[in-house]
Design a protein. Sequence first.
Length: 731
Amino acid sequence: MVETGSPAPVASSLREDAEAALRSLVGRDGVTLREDQWTAIDALVSRSARALVVQRTGWGKSAVYFVATRLLRDRGAGPTVIVSPLLALMRDQIGAAARAGIRAVTVNSANVTEWDQVHAAIAAGEVDVLLCSPERLNNPQFRDEVLPRLAADAGLVVIDEAHCISDWGHDFRPDYRRIRTLLGDLPAGIPVLATTATANARVTADVAEQLGVTGSGLAEEVLVLRGPLDRESLHLAVLDLPDPAARLAWLSASLGALDGSGIVYCLTVSAAEEVASQLRGAGLEVAAYTGQTDPAERERLEGELKDNRVKALIATSALGMGFDKPDLAFVVHLGAPSSPIAYYQQVGRAGRGVERAVVALLPGREDRAIWDWFGSQAFPPEETVRATLAALPTDAPLSLPALEARVDLRRSRLEAMLKVLDVDGAVRRVQGGWIATGSAWSYDAERYARVAAARAAEQRTMLEYQATSGCRMAFLRAVLDDPELEDGWSCGRCDVCGGVALPEAPGAQAVASAQAGLDRVGVEVTARRQWPTGMDALGLDLRGRIAPAEQAEPGRAIARLDGLGWSGALRDLFESRDADGRPLDAETPVPLRGAAVRVLEDWVALWGPAGPDGARRTLVDAVVGVASATRPALAGHLAPGLARWLGVPLVGWVRPAPDRPGPDRHDVNSAVRLAGVARRLTLDVPDGAVAGSTVLLVDDLTDSGWTLTVASRLLRRAGAAAALPFVLGVR
């Protein structure tokens, strides 16, 4: 890391050009560059430097690389390559570039049909800026054919949201590891800029070290510019309410009173969708925005929020880095992120162009369980990694689905691991899948343990933020190692300092009304229709589409475990452990019995027309239960109880085979999970007991869906006319 010296005499005319480009970019006369903006631009243009800019959201980091691009292109340099993580950011940046007369294009997962046209425009010199997603860096064709040409001819390389490079960053992304290789392959003299708003001292040092990588093996000096993190418009507050109903009641009553429009963050997709539904029912103009939202719908929703046509988007972290709405007036969190760094990044969306923005955190009892789940997706243990390397050939590639049948990792975790191994040189992604390189590779257990410990420390720090008796902005500035934070400083704007007062906790009637909304039960359990690829490698002749005559019908559950409402009771049931860590097992809790009955009452597929006496007649002829190795008392109570309520017989069970009584692992990929289920389950019913019958198949919990799929197939093969799965919860 180095600091800049005094600017050369030529810098005055260069600065005039830079500020002219800035005025074109922002569309306003009279604006000037901040000193650190100018320092970075001068270093990039005059000295082809490598620079890291760590500045708060709204400071103007994008202005640095767009102004530098304009100056470099005017001086004959090649196009700028920007690695950018989110489509929302790309869309905003393309629009901003156009205002400055900069021709920007993008290649990402949402414009596949345009890639050839984009590549041709780049080759013809018609493009000033190429924005590409980090995932493109690991695409074989892009990596091997397009990227080398770009790197050789680039005028500037920009890594946006650069904290994603670092293991220590709150949003580490395996695809960003490819950037280290990109930097090492750059010809000498190509300037590099990395930017982020969310990096503490450790992340800053790590990113700066990686920015210094060169092909010669000699580290290049990196200019680091870090600024203060205080945001004078932000008024931070924490409101501790007892349960989801109270939090939702507060939000329903308070959202309309907040000025302008904003974002309400939730920790899970299910929670975001539930909250959006509840708020719409209360007459508020809101919409859900999650990682499962269609890209075109995301773009539409972003536009509606920017134009203030909705009061709020109820979002997961999918709406985060790069979303640009200067007049965003509030950010509310229903549930706390696991890191104060991630929290600062999300709240930084607010208050960029307004004098006052309210930032409220409403933590939940369930937050830690959600943090733990995300933590469980960390880099796998060494034996699993070694097994994957052993399963990969060195010549003919294996596709991800085919490899999935040979290892015991879920697909998302397997793919993330492969991306890390690719950068480490142990595997390589090629056309058609993945191959092993045969290169020596060592498992850095110490490093992975340090990362896990850092994540745990961040979670503790987030809890400390909620409980602090001091200034909240001072707390965030301290944990982010703000270089300009003075001892004893306080913002004067947060709830602790007395600068903001949130609406009071809701009354009993409002909470009861919210609870009534959360009390809705019933989510569809979608039946599997396709066998995974590669089951023959596991010794099972299962391939292609599941025969319609062997499929389950769409089923029902009370709720998902990652939502609100009944999700809490389900989490309590399925996550409770005794002193030895074993699952607690007992009869179905009374509240869940009532909820199960309500689901059945509302399930149209279970009922025919009412009889002459007005009574409903069930279409179900029999009940079959799924026996449980971990919760036998629960399963043994639930299935017979529902059979009695329906007035039909419990005719038998789907049980584990005698030679496989223990439970299978659930934390494995789809193919391995199916193989375990298919080998383990048997149908224990009298001959002919289900022939021609509509059967209610009862289990306690579903995750992958393979237990219900295999059990339904056994029933259909035994002659059942239909199998209707019912479970208490969906994980």
